[in-house]
Design a protein around this ligand. Structure first.
Ligand SMILES: [Zn+2]
Length: 159
């Protein structure tokens, strides 16, 4: 499957926003909370996940692959990943994963089914809906999506 060839990530607790964005771009990204840090890092390295951290001490340890994020600003962090790992940011893959729980989201074929679950205006004006099978959150493209693309473009990331 094509999905298996994409890098998977393990994102350290201080980089929560970056983890969310990686999911928005369609990358399997586990976010480590501080309290879960010691074991989860070890366990997930077994899954050949690329560890993304700002922790200099960790960067000295052996890991399958580790990226030490250098910049405080999110667009620059994304740029660093793009430069070093060649991650692909394309409109086709945007919002293919749940930003909350990392599960691949499923397209809703019949939007009538979610009529009562989204604001009425959204239901009337949007046609493409997806749902997370895990947390049931519903996604649709719209204003939020367009703002995101503008932000990326401002940061010099073509999409
Ligand atoms: Zn979810």
């Amino acid at each position: 499957m094509r999905n298996n060839q994409k890098p998977k990530f393990l994102v350290d607790f201080m980089l929560g926003r970056l983890a969310k964005w990686l999911r928005i771009f369609g990358y399997d990204s586990i976010y480590i909370e501080e309290k879960n840090r010691p074991n989860l890092i070890l366990n997930s390295l077994k899954e050949n996940r690329i560890l993304i951290t700002r922790d200099h001490r960790l960067s000295k340890k052996r890991a399958w692959k580790l990226i030490l994020i250098k910049n405080d600003h999110l667009p620059q962090q994304i740029k660093q990943l793009k430069d070093e790992l060649n991650i692909v940011i394309s409109r086709d893959n945007l919002f293919s994963r749940c930003t909350i729980c990392n599960a691949p989201i499923e397209k809703i074929e019949d939007k009538e089914k979610i009529k009562d679950l989204v604001p009425e205006y959204v239901f009337r004006t949007q046609n493409d809906f997806s749902r997370c099978p895990n947390c049931k959150r519903i996604y649709w493209s719209g204003t939020h999506w367009e703002l995101l693309i503008k932000d990326l473009q401002k940061a010099g990331i073509k999409i």
